[in-house]
Write a protein of this length. Structure first.
Length: 263
């Protein structure tokens, strides 16, 4: 078991990559506190994990990561239940589309509060746990959209781009305290959000499949497995990295393929 008895916190754990990572961490023996805004969904995920019979332990705490008081309570709850947090996975996030002249201030702020301020608040309240132990690892959820630009996604790309550099700064500031920080940068993953997109626009599924060199859409467990590795002691020398898990899409310049002409 890679994470036996490690105290881990996962935000946005009620669906998608977060939910799958809760399963994988508890399966690897971790003591996991996960949070989300939806109480009923969180309690169901917790029961599903318990019913699976994994060797670790799990707790759900209802929390909106954009609200400082709620994150502070999440940190206190974790310490009371399991002790100081050793692994923090800041996965919670939302998505809004639109060009800069189309996005309202309310939409912009909603993305920044959850996707970026949520990461700041979690690190602010949980790094003191790690400082007390002189050990910890932070895994931030960025995106390929935090490493390169996308059309029509100004707010989301800005937030994720900020997370990639926030991760580098954390890595520098706390390395001598035994704390590592990295981010995972997924491409398109088969989650509830992407399923809704593909249902609304069936042709878009094939467009995404065609765009990725591997020609398939990954499953949340592929990202969860990377998080297990980064949370483990096997990754002790990996620090300050923003790691694409993207089927090779960032390897491409975006230029069209032009076959060699005949002599």
């Amino acid at each position: 078991m890679e994470l036996k008895d490690k105290v881990c916190v996962i935000t946005g754990g009620t669906s998608g990559i977060g939910e799958t990572t809760v399963h994988r961490f508890v399966e690897e023996g971790a003591k996991v506190v996960f949070c989300g805004r939806r109480k009923e969904k969180g309690e169901k995920v917790m029961q599903d994990v318990i019913n699976a019979g994994y060797p670790g332990e799990v707790r759900f705490f209802q929390c909106d990561v954009s609200v400082p008081e709620e994150v502070e309570k999440l940190a206190a709850y974790t310490k009371e239940e399991f002790g100081n947090c050793e692994v923090l996975f800041t996965n919670a996030g939302i998505h809004r589309t639109g060009k800069i002249h189309e996005v309202t201030l309310e939409q912009w702020n909603s993305v920044m509060k959850v996707d970026l301020q949520g990461v700041f608040l979690c690190c602010h309240y949980f790094i003191p746990h790690m400082l007390e132990k002189n050990y910890g690892t932070i895994i931030n959820m960025s995106s390929v959209s935090g490493l390169a630009g996308d059309y029509n996604m100004i707010a989301y790309n800005t937030a994720k781009g900020a997370i990639t550099n926030l991760t580098r700064c954390l890595a520098l500031d706390y390395a001598d305290k035994g704390i590592r920080a990295n981010s995972v940068c997924p491409g398109t993953i088969a989650t509830e959000i992407t399923a809704a997109t593909f249902k609304a626009d069936p042709a878009s599924y094939q467009q995404f499949v065609d765009a990725y060199p591997v020609h398939f859409i990954a499953d949340p467990v592929d990202v969860a497995n990377l998080c297990v590795f980064l949370a483990s002691r096997k990754a002790d020398f990996i620090n300050g990295a923003n790691i694409p898990i993207d089927g090779g899409i960032l390897a491409h310049t975006g230029q069209p393929y032009i076959p060699d002409g005949e002599e």
